[in-house]
Design a protein around this ligand. Structure first.
Ligand SMILES: [Zn+2]
Length: 93
């Protein structure tokens, strides 16, 4: 990848992944519960805490934060967390 000419959306995306990585590393994400089809997490954001859900079958994530866009850093953090504890559904990796 040419980092000199990285586009703004790409830059924002990388920033988001960096934030998600930090959330996991600093243990600001906790698994509240898991059922057969859904996991629920609590994430400590910069300004407030969020409760978000992951649909295990589809890999879809739901976060109530105000982020405008496809996937916020909290949702990426949830996927990183699941991947690390070996629970993520391999079909949407
Ligand atoms: Zn979020």
């Amino acid at each position: 990848m040419d980092f000199e000419n990285i586009s703004r959306p790409q830059r924002e995306n990388l920033h988001k992944w960096g934030k998600a990585r930090k959330i996991v590393d600093e243990e600001r994400i906790k698994l509240l519960f898991g059922s057969d089809d859904r996991y629920q997490f609590k994430v400590e954001g910069n300004t407030s805490d969020y409760t978000l859900g992951v649909d295990i079958d589809t890999g879809e994530t739901f976060c109530p934060c105000a982020f405008q866009g496809d996937t916020c850093s909290h949702q990426i953090a949830a996927h990183l967390f699941l991947a690390e504890i070996g629970l993520e559904n391999t079909s949407y990796r």
